[in-house]
Design a protein around this ligand. Structure first.
Ligand code: C5P
Length: 219
């Protein structure tokens, strides 16, 4: 069984997707982490974030992998643990430029389909229900107001010692939403057969329970 969870930045997709995967004993794939790791790759090699050919060549000779860990999963770029680096403001504010490059998307979508093949999986991102897994048995489009998403990101940042004002976070979230929804290839859109859940006034546990219930109904 495949479950696709899409939606805008900071709507709680990865937190919820991880919990849903745990509850159902499915594997979990965070596709945003793959676009972020690709952005780290460009940064480390001092390649312009718009240089599609150079980033693609490096991506094809690199390996992005996930490893389970008690505090969630670790993200590796080749042998390097990039779990923390992929969440830094530098990467967060440039990932939409890299993810808009058509050949980068093509390569990562290919890798994502390989990960999903033959597995019961929960995959979260922006284009999972529309492009990566169009035949997923359950598609969820998870949204929340921009101010609530900024508030959640602010609280998460406090625990990581990242000190960005709330108003700036909301601006950055709105800008990333705009870029992700207006790019030419696989923009962020709700699949026709996706179920929309607005998490603005719901707890993580409530959203998780709603998705697990929907999944069990479709098994
Ligand atoms: O989900 P997360 O915020 O970590 O995603 C980071 C960025 O990666 C998004 O803003 C978007 O530009 C890109 N992305 C994408 N397609 C996906 C997942 C993420 O374009 N399936």
């Amino acid at each position: 069984m495949q479950i696709a969870i899409d939606g805008p930045s900071s709507a709680g997709k990865s937190t919820v997707a991880k919990l849903v995967a745990k509850a159902l004993n499915f594997i979990y794939c965070d596709t945003g982490a793959m676009y972020r790791a690709t952005t780290v790759l460009a940064k480390e090699h001092q390649i312009d974030y718009g240089d599609e050919a150079k980033i693609l060549a490096l991506l094809k000779t690199s390996k992005i992998t996930f490893q389970p860990a008690p505090q969630g999963q670790l993200v590796f770029l080749n042998d390097e643990d990039v779990t923390l680096e992929i969440r830094t403001p530098e990467i967060t504010n440039n990932v939409s430029q890299v993810s808009a490059l058509p050949q980068i998307r093509e390569e990562l979508v290919r890798q994502q389909r390989v990960i999903a093949e033959g597995n019961s999986i929960v995959m979260d991102g922006r284009d999972i229900g529309t492009t990566v897994l169009p035949h997923a048995e359950l598609k969820v489009f998870l949204v929340a107001s921009a101010s609530e998403r900024a508030r959640r990101r602010f609280e998460e940042n406090v625990t990581k010692g990242i000190d960005t004002p709330l108003s700036k976070l909301q601006e950055e979230i709105e800008l990333r939403d705009y870029k992700d929804s207006h790019r030419a290839i696989s923009p962020l859109t709700k699949a026709d057969d996706a179920i929309e859940i607005d998490s603005t006034h719901l707890s993580i546990e409530e959203v998780t329970a709603a998705i697990v219930k929907l999944a069990n109904e479709r098994k």
